[in-house]
Structures are given as structure tokens and as C-alpha cells.
Write a protein that binds this ligand. Structure first.
Ligand code: SAH
Length: 208
């Protein structure tokens, strides 16, 4: 017997470019329905973004998996996520690295996510309230940075807080109906280079 999360992995993730077994295993092990309002739980393992509080969304599972795969988290890594939302992506990421700090600007979302994560036993995730476009200096530098909201331009504080060899995955573009460019940035010494992955649609990264 397979669980709904395992079926999501075999139907939506594995056939669409998620090849890293650790990522697939993490996606199969996190109960996405726990991060949703009761009326949406029956849709938890469909491959779609769903509404959460404050007009925000929990990202589509395939996009979460591909972003995490592109960031290639390692077991000792310290990761920063910008845009906690429901806490789901932070939970998945925490299965693959040592520590996750996730920053959310909406206090109500941060509080709810923090409660959910604590209830489910995700002890290596720390939820902080603030403007994540400034990164989170107390935890820097980060081996992995995941940004779950679209920026017109990459906020300079983020690559500044990337460790040597660190990877940052971020949607870049005007956040509206126009797709944004999902990019992975890699720091090597003083140089930060990026490559484009694929077009995505994220809610805007709000700054200031
Ligand atoms: N990763 C989330 C989805 C996040 S949606 C999940 O798995 O559920 C994007 C989130 O980014 C929203 O919750 C929004 O409030 C938040 N956000 C937008 N701008 C932000 C900023 N400058 N700093 C921190 N969070 C921000």
C-alpha cells in the first residue's frame, strides 16, 4: 500500500524531473495536508498551489521539489528560506539539511507555521518574523537560500549572506501574471554566478 504522499511522488514528481532520491524521500515523508486549512486537505497531494491565510499560497509540490533539488542541500548545511507561508517547504528542506531558518513578514502566518512545525516535530526549523529581503544576518552565512516569493531584482543582502560554495534558488521578475525566471545562484569566492531553471509564477516578495 502506498500513501497519498508516495503517490504524489510517483505521479507528479518523479516523471517531471525530480531525480534526487533524498528529495523524493523527503517529499514522501512530509504530511502536506497538515499545512492546509481543513477544507483544502482533500487537495493536499494534487500538484497545485493552494490558498493559505493572508492572501498567500503554499507552493506547488513539483516546484518545491525542483527548487530544493536545485539547491542540493547537504546534511550539515544551514539553510535560509524567505517566505515561510504555511511552513511546508521549510519542513521538507529540514529533512535534508542540518538547520533551517525561515523568515516570514506576516506575523500571523509565521505564528501558525511555527505551531504546525512544532506540533509535527520539525525541531530543526526556526521561524522568524521580518523582511526576508534583508536575509537574516544572525544566522549567516547560509549554504542554501530558498526564496519563495518573486523579486524584481535579487535583493543584494541575499547573495551577501551566501557561504562560499552556497546555492540560492530565487524567482526573478515582475511578480504579476507574467512568469518569472527561476534562477540558481552559486557563490565561488567573491563571484556569484547564476543559471536559469524554468519559468514560474510566485507571489511578490514585498520589501520595505
Ligand atoms: N514556502 C511557502 C510558500 C510561501 S508563499 C510554503 O511552503 O507554504 C510566499 C510567502 O512569502 C508569503 O507567505 C508572503 O507573506 C511571504 N513574503 C513576501 N515578501 C516577504 C518578505 N519580504 N520577507 C519575508 N516573507 C515575505
Amino acid at each position: 500500500m502506498s500513501t497519498p504522499a508516495q503517490r504524489m511522488v510517483s505521479e507528479h514528481l518523479r516523471p517531471h524531473g525530480v531525480t534526487d532520491e533524498r528529495v523524493l524521500q523527503a517529499m514522501a515523508s512530509v504530511p502536506r495536508e497538515e499545512f492546509l486549512a481543513p477544507r483544502l486537505r482533500r487537495h493536499a497531494y494534487e500538484d497545485r498551489a493552494l490558498a493559505i491565510e493572508c492572501g498567500q499560497t503554499i507552493s506547488q509540490p513539483l516546484v518545491v521539489a525542483l527548487m530544493i533539488q536545485a539547491a542540493s542541500p547537504q546534511s550539515e548545511d544551514v539553510a535560509l528560506e524567505v517566505g515561510t507561508g504555511s511552513g511546508y517547504a521549510a519542513a521538507v528542506l529540514s529533512r535534508l539539511c542540518g538547520k533551517v531558518i525561515t523568515v516570514e513578514r506576516e506575523p500571523a502566518l509565521a505564528e501558525h507555521a511555527s505551531e504546525t512545525l512544532r506540533r509535527l516535530g520539525f525541531e530543526s526549523v526556526e521561524v522568524a518574523v521580518g523582511d526576508g529581503s534583508l536575509g537574516w544576518p544572525p544566522g549567516a552565512p547560509y549554504d542554501v537560500i530558498l526564496v519563495a516569493a518573486a523579486a524584481r531584482e535579487v535583493p543584494p543582502a541575499l547573495p551577501d549572506q551566501l557561504a562560499d560554495g552556497g546555492r540560492m534558488v530565487i524567482p526573478v521578475g515582475i511578480a504579476s501574471e507574467e512568469p518569472q525566471d527561476l534562477r540558481v545562484y552559486v557563490r565561488r569566492g567573491a563571484d556569484v554566478m547564476y543559471r536559469s531553471l524554468f519559468p514560474v509564477l510566485f507571489v511578490p516578495l514585498r520589501t520595505g
